[in-house]
Design a protein around this ligand. Structure first.
Ligand code: AHG
Ligand code: MN
Ligand code: MN
Ligand code: MN
Length: 327
């Protein structure tokens, strides 16, 4: 909104949220509170991650999640911290997490919102001190207030998200989110304990020269993806792949680029999860002028059928996403 744009870089997240809320006279402030709760969860997870090498939270947990992945200790810690922050905040009636098979009822049945989340993204990078992230997706519930949330609150489809974003624990910690108009980025100032507006109204470059894909699986990718990867090479694009979706997406958002996670022989439906990885980042991509597709249509148009379903994804600069589909 015009009011948001009027705020200068350097204001705190709290001030930004308050200001955005005053632009919508009918807004009740509950979404604002929820965004603050997410920011608080981000600060807490940031603290845990920063001392991971010192306290005994690195390494595997010896458990598997519902998708058969080995859970890392920090996956569990981040999950617990996030759930606790949203429970205490009071605005969310239920949570869907990568790390739990079923939805988690917070006990706040008066809460108007549900949140789907990837509490810690980039598990394989935890123990080696490489950037990781948190992804979140927010819906207004469709079930009656004061009753329990249910599956249909979470299976509304990506275009029904009212807000989404991510926290990147990188060389700096950043919160990037959108409530529908514009994408803004906030950098965490440790000395103040505050997120500060640093990246105002982020716009995805229409074209870029970075492609991010796990090329080790090249031989099992569909032909159009192989063609596109070859096209990137003839163009001398830079290959950049961290293996943390949030980090790879964020770099491409700022610099211009495309991230690809196609179907493979091992994962015929791709690896990334629709509800808490693909939808929220597709929301951010589109709100910043970029695109996200599964190769057939918009990610946000995919009709969801289950909590942990997967989807191939091609996401980033609009012209590059168009190119991959045509390849
Ligand atoms: P998570 O750590 O939340 O399970 O997600 C892992 C994802 C994503 O972060 C990353 O882009 C992708 O897995 C990497 O997969 P590959 O190792 O197969 O390339
Ligand atoms: Mn995982
Ligand atoms: Mn993830
Ligand atoms: Mn995860």
């Amino acid at each position: 909104t015009a009011q948001e744009l009027a705020l200068p870089v350097g204001v705190t997240l709290d001030r930004f949220i308050m200001h955005s809320q005053s632009a919508f006279p009918y807004a009740t402030g509950e979404l604002s509170q929820l965004l603050r709760d997410i920011a608080l969860a981000g600060k807490i997870i940031n603290r845990e991650i920063n001392r991971a090498g010192l306290v005994d939270v690195a390494g595997g947990n010896g458990t598997e999640n519902v998708q058969g992945e080995n859970q890392q200790k920090l996956d569990i810690v981040a999950n617990i911290r996030f759930i606790r922050a949203l429970k205490n905040g009071g605005e969310v009636c239920a949570i869907l997490s990568e790390e739990d098979e079923d939805i988690i009822h917070t006990g706040n049945n008066h809460g108007k919102y549900v949140v789907a989340m990837d509490p810690l993204d980039g598990s394989s990078n935890i123990d080696v001190n490489v950037s990781i992230g948190t992804i979140f997706s927010i819906y207004r519930r469709v079930t009656p207030i004061n009753g329990p949330a249910s599956i249909e609150d979470f299976l509304q489809g990506g275009s029904k998200q009212i807000a989404a974003g991510y926290i990147l624990y990188g060389s700096s910690t950043m919160l990037v989110y959108s409530t529908g108009d514009g994408v803004n980025g906030f950098t965490y100032d440790h000395s103040l304990g505050e997120f500060i507006l640093s990246h105002k109204n982020i716009r995805s470059p229409k074209h870029g020269s970075i492609y991010s894909v796990n090329e080790g699986h090249y031989n099992t990718y569909p032909a159009f993806v192989q063609n596109y990867i070859n096209h990137c090479k003839t163009k001398n694009y830079s290959g950049r792949y961290i293996g943390s979706l949030v980090g790879d997406f964020h770099r491409n958002l700022l610099k211009g680029g495309i991230y690809l996670y196609p179907s493979t022989k091992k994962d015929p439906k791709g690896k990334l999860r629709l509800l808490y990885e693909c939808y929220p980042l597709a929301f951010i991509a589109e709100k910043s002028g970029g695109k996200a597709t599964d190769g057939f249509g918009r990610i946000l148009d995919i009709i969801p059928t289950s909590f942990h379903q997967r989807s191939p994804i091609y996401i980033g600069s609009s012209a590059m996403v168009d190119d991959v589909v045509k390849s």
